[in-house]
Design a protein around this ligand. Structure first.
Ligand SMILES: Cc1cc2nc3c(=O)[nH]c(=O)nc-3n(C[C@H](O)[C@H](O)[C@H](O)COP(=O)(O)OP(=O)(O)OC[C@H]3O[C@@H](n4cnc5c(N)ncnc54)[C@H](O)[C@@H]3O)c2cc1C
Length: 412
């Protein structure tokens, strides 16, 4: 099976770095190393390898998991608790699922940023972690700690809820699918347009930290202080905000991420970006909400989309409703399927992706490679921002009476 295009186990363009191969290897001879683009792939130590083939047998890319049938159960939903929904990525559905699990004494998995700014998924019953799981981290997250923890839970008869992006749900299912207590595993897939490598994110944070001469204690990809649906990326030194930018404000990582320039190769080839889903539930933002039918007696901000994919999914949704943790309303399925690109196809690589790759390979410097590739886009953004400001200023000045304008001028 080995060849130039191989990641070590599967084809490189299919490897999601789920690390299940490493988890299963009886000789511990699989390690993950960065390639010339800063993305991690498995490397096998052939001096130790006994060629048992287990790594290939478990690889979810080589042995795809069966997907659910396309579902017509599409809901708009939000957390009843205002403080949850205003601090979560969209409607706070993942966070309410954690609270539901807590009431039922289940264990949950969630993703948090550790002190080294690496996104890590853990399995826990500690409700203090729920706040750290909240909000999307738009970067690769490592689920290697979850495999044995979830298996142990099921061995002990403990129901476990796994929430993660689809390729992660696939890996967890591969690990557990033959378990006699498989019915105790609930899965929720988060619609995902791509994972950028940890190395890019860390190098971006390092560059901001060096310029600011500050310590960085917390990071938001969708800062609740600016309303999460504005996608403001912000860094804090304790309570002091030392950096905050929207995508169009030229944060180089954000543009590279949201414009599909900087993902792992497998994301452009994602098997799960389609209308047949892998989790019991699918959750996402809801860009198509209200497009096909009027919105009646329902909030229109901080809304998530929930797709219920099977009986376990119905059980989760009904439990959230019965516990009065969320409000949900059924919506025309086309509001999800027509408007969410990742329900149709994987992200399409930015037209300058090859240029970015070449620059990164030459310099091994993310900031340089991304900034210089996106130079024209960033200049265009600056011009747009500048002219919008000028336009707003002239509009306001045009409608204010001269007397009032003079008062304001004198005050400033
Ligand atoms: C990498 C990524 C890409 C996404 N792309 C899209 C998209 O294209 N379209 C769309 O509609 N929605 C996308 N989303 C989903 C969206 O950002 C929200 O996560 C989703 O709407 C759920 O919101 P919530 O309020 O219920 O989550 P919250 O209650 O805020 O909880 C956040 C949940 O996300 C999990 N999470 C956070 N970061 C990661 C990560 N890096 N890896 C795995 N799990 C993570 C947390 O563990 C938690 O379960 C993406 C999310 C991620 C993490």
């Amino acid at each position: 099976m080995m060849g130039n295009k191989m990641s070590g186990i599967c084809l490189k363009e299919d490897c999601t770095a789920c690390k299940l191969c490493q988890n299963i290897c009886p000789k511990g001879c699989i390690d993950f190393k960065e390639d010339e683009l800063g993305c991690i792939y498995p490397k096998i130590n052939y001096d130790l390898c006994i060629k048992c083939g287990l790594c290939e047998q478990v690889c979810p890319s080589l042995n795809p998991i069966k997907l659910n049938k396309k579902s017509n159960s599409v809901y708009a939903a939000y957390a009843v608790d205002k403080s949850i929904r205003e601090t979560s990525a969209s409607g706070g559905i993942a966070t309410t699922l954690y609270h539901l699990a807590n009431k039922k004494n289940w264990m949950v998995s969630g993703c948090y940023l550790n002190d080294d700014f690496e996104a890590v998924q853990i399995v826990t019953s500690n409700s203090d972690m729920y706040d750290r799981f909240k909000n999307s981290k738009y970067v690769y997250s490592d689920i290697s700690l979850c495999f044995d923890a979830i298996k142990l839970n099921l061995d002990n008869g403990v129901t476990t809820l796994f929430i993660g992006v689809p390729c992660q749900v696939a890996a967890i299912k591969r690990k557990i699918e033959k378990h006699r207590q498989y019915n105790l595993l609930y899965t929720v897939d988060i619609i995902c347009h791509g994972f950028a490598p940890t190395s890019y994110f860390k190098s971006h944070i390092k560059s901001i930290r060096e310029k600011s001469h500050k310590t960085i204690n917390s990071i938001f990809f969708r800062d609740p202080n600016y309303k999460t649906n504005n996608f403001v990326f912000s860094l804090y030194d304790k309570n002091e905000c030392i950096y905050h930018k929207k995508v169009k404000d030229n944060d180089v990582y954000q543009i590279g991420y949201h414009k599909a320039l900087i993902y792992r190769e497998n994301c452009y080839n994602c098997k799960y970006a389609q209308d047949r889903r892998i989790g019991d539930l699918t959750i996402s933002d809801f860009s198509g909400f209200g497009q096909k039918a009027p919105i009646e007696n329902f909030l229109s901000e901080n809304i998530s989309c929930i797709i219920v994919n099977n009986d376990k999914g119905h059980y989760l949704l009904n439990s959230l409703l019965n516990e009065n943790l969320i409000k949900a309303v059924k919506r025309p399925p086309s509001e999800a399927y027509d408007y969410e690109k990742q329900l149709k196809h994987p992200s399409i690589a930015h037209e300058l992706r090859n240029e970015f790759k070449e620059k990164y390979k030459q310099m091994k410097d993310f900031e340089f490679a991304c900034k210089s590739t996106l130079r024209k886009k960033m200049i265009a953004n600056s011009l747009i921002n500048f002219f919008c400001l000028v336009e707003i200023k002239s509009f306001v000045s045009g409608i204010l009476p001269t007397k009032l304008k003079n008062i304001i001028k004198n005050r400033l």
